[in-house]
Structure formats: structure tokens, C-alpha cells
Design a protein around this ligand. Structure first.
Ligand SMILES: [Zn+2]
Length: 72
């Protein structure tokens, strides 16, 4: 069983070095609540290799709070 956190993480890593916003993560993974995606990205942002910042989302093009996996 794949957890939501693993799905969010895999999605962000797949998009690297592009950034993605919480809304697009929620839509892509079919999460019912945007808050759920928001919580996951905040947890991931505290981990090494991920960064959360204001930038253009690669999916919807809106400049807002996004997360990305830093390229090595
Ligand atoms: Zn977006």
C-alpha cells in the first residue's frame, strides 16, 4: 500500500527540477482535501532535497507557493 506521502514525494521528484503547487498536487493525486496536500508538502519541505518557495507552478503556471525537489 502506497501512502499519500509517498505519492506526493514521487510526483514532486518526477517533476524535478520543475516546481508544483499544492492545488496541482491535490488534483493530480485525486486528494479530496487541498489541506491534505498542503500538510504533505510542508512535511516534505523540512526534508533534505526539497524546497518550498514562491515561484511559477509548472502545471498551472500560477506564481504561488510551490515545492520542488532540488536537482543535485
Ligand atoms: Zn499549480
Amino acid at each position: 500500500m502506497v501512502t499519500v506521502e509517498e505519492q506526493v514525494r514521487a510526483l514532486i521528484e518526477r517533476l524535478s527540477p520543475e516546481s508544483i503547487c499544492d492545488d496541482c498536487i491535490a488534483v493530480r493525486l485525486g486528494l479530496l482535501m487541498r489541506e491534505h496536500a498542503n500538510r504533505q508538502t510542508r512535511e516534505l519541505a523540512g526534508l533534505d532535497g526539497f524546497e518550498r518557495r514562491i515561484d511559477a507552478c509548472a502545471i498551472c503556471g500560477t506564481t504561488k507557493k510551490v515545492i520542488r525537489h532540488k536537482p543535485r
